[in-house]
Design a protein around this ligand. Structure first.
Ligand code: SAM
Length: 320
């Protein structure tokens, strides 16, 4: 089971994205040292990203399969402790590039809630720059703030924003909000960026600097229980938008995801969901994902676009 999971990760997630993680994950599937180490952990703490992030935090990026075995033999207790205390909370601000075309279509002013916000970096879309190929957008304060610019090639019919949305209130909800002023939290976020993704890491650091200047409000809570109370705090004279990206897959049971969808559709808020099409298969009916791994961006359950899972592309499919 663990071996299969790592083989699958190597084949479907790491291949073409991280040659090192592909090699390490294939090794884990065959290594008695790695499998014995993982078997002592609860099933929800055995994920490849969690293992590799924890090894990196305690030692360094293992440069080879042998180095991974050695790290587990020498530092197994410390690595296990990280895997038991941390979760995969990858915060990818570049996902704002794929969200902004949908956000900019909504009449403002906007009150914005992000569900599963991690450190809240996706709650600051008007502080980043974007290059969609045929159009760029950069904030006026770009030169002063060392603003990251996210490349996100957009298909021809994608409605590209010419200005930033007017966000007058914002808040994030997370089981474990990460604090941009806490060095350990930020070091953990950095280890979750895959080793070859140097540009992503640079842009993550730039977004962290911006978030330290404009810290979004983050609330600790569970999206299945605590969202209604947070929504009730939004100002009445703004359009409430609730969005999430790479979050609902953490809710393991489909009925709970479906309850969330029902609640969102009945809520009166505009609901933007940017998730794997497997999360809400009812909204992906009849669609074929252009490539393995793409996310489906939906507004109120209606498909708008296929997006790169790290916000690295957007292909509009909605008729309007
Ligand atoms: C992969 S991260 C994505 C973070 C951010 N949305 C982004 O796209 O960069 C998933 C986040 O969802 C949070 N999360 C998972 N289950 C949750 C739940 N039931 N309620 C609230 N947050 C949850 C995790 O703690 C984590 O910070």
């Amino acid at each position: 089971m663990i071996a299969e999971r790592y083989e699958r990760f190597a084949r479907t997630e790491a291949a073409g994205q991280s040659p090192l993680y592909e090699k390490l994950a294939s090794h884990v599937a065959r290594s008695a040292v790695c499998l014995r180490f993982l078997e002592q952990l609860p099933p929800d703490r055995q994920q490849p990203n969690l293992l590799f992030g924890a090894v990196r935090l305690v030692t360094d990026i293992p440069a080879s399969p042998e180095a991974l075995d050695e790290a587990l033999l020498a530092h197994g207790d410390a690595i296990a402790a990280v895997m038991l205390s941390r979760t995969t909370q990858t915060n990818e601000p570049a996902r704002c590039a794929a969200l902004l075309p949908a956000l900019a279509q909504i009449k403002g002013p906007i009150a914005l809630i992000e569900v599963g916000a991690s450190a809240g970096l996706c709650l600051l879309p008007e502080h980043y720059g974007y290059d969609w190929g045929r159009q760029r957008l950069t904030p006026p304060q770009a030169a002063l703030e060392d603003t990251p610019v996210f490349d996100c090639p957009a298909s021809e019919t994608t409605p590209l924003p010419t200005h930033y949305p007017d966000i007058v209130w914002r808040a994030g909800l997370d089981l474990n909000p990460l604090d941009v002023t806490n060095g350990e939290d930020m070091a953990w976020l950095e280890t979750l960026v895959w080793p070859e993704h140097h540009q992503r890491l640079q842009r993550l650091r730039a977004a962290m600097r911006i978030a330290r200047k404009h810290p979004p409000r983050l609330v600790k809570g569970d999206l299945t229980r605590d969202l209604t109370a947070l929504m009730a705090q939004a100002p009445q004279d703004a359009t409430l938008v609730v969005f999430h990206t790479a979050v609902l897959s953490y809710i393991p049971h489909q009925p709970l995801r479906d309850d969330f969808a029902t609640h969102m559709l009945a809520s009166g808020a505009v609901w933007l969901s940017n998730e794997s099409p497997r999360v809400f298969p009812q909204f992906a009916t009849g669609l074929t994902a252009p490539e393995n791994g793409k996310f489906l961006l939906c507004r109120n359950g209606k498909p708008l676009a296929w997006t790169g899972p790290h916000g690295q592309s957007i292909d509009w499919i909605a008729p309007d």
